[in-house]
Design a protein. Structure first.
Length: 158
């Protein structure tokens, strides 16, 4: 079963700006809460892998970037997988729509035997429902575990 967790892309990567608490889009405490949420979800769902919409290229392009999902997976001894094609792959595969990208993500998850194991997939919240439909069209079991963590997280008090 693929458990989809939607969120804001700004929460998927650590950067020096976030670690220094000077990022305008997201604060350190929020990323730390998301990291704990992801770790707890992986444990409760007995995940064997954490995959995500990001590509290695997109993480490298963030200042001192590191994938939150990759760090959580590594800390739990789980497999991690970047599923999004980088710019060169998008050109080579002639990817022009979100559906094209979602088909690539699904094809990259298939070797993990998702119908026989528990896999978490992180993506932008706008993909939660459409990616579930993409997976189901391919005969893969999927559920939306959280459609948009960004909306469900505790708000920071002023």
């Amino acid at each position: 079963m693929i458990h989809i967790i939607g969120t804001a892309h700004s929460l998927q990567c650590w950067s020096d700006a976030i670690k220094s608490d000077i990022d305008c889009d997201v604060d350190l405490a929020t990323v730390e809460r998301f990291e704990r949420y992801l770790r707890d979800a992986a444990l409760s769902l007995r995940a064997t892998a954490i995959a995500e919409e990001l590509s290695e290229q997109s993480v490298r392009e963030r200042q001192a970037g590191a994938s939150v999902a990759k760090q959580v997976a590594g800390g739990l001894g789980l497999r991690h997988l970047f599923c999004d094609p980088d710019r060169g792959e998008r050109e080579a595969l002639v990817i022009s729509t979100c559906r094209d990208r979602e088909d690539v993500w699904a094809s990259r998850l298939e070797p993990l035997s998702p119908n026989d194991t528990s896999i978490i997939f992180l993506c932008g919240a706008n993909h939660s429902d459409t990616f579930k439909m993409t997976l189901e069209r391919r005969g893969l079991h999927a559920r939306v575990h959280c459609d948009d963590w960004t909306l469900r997280r505790p708000r920071t008090q002023p």
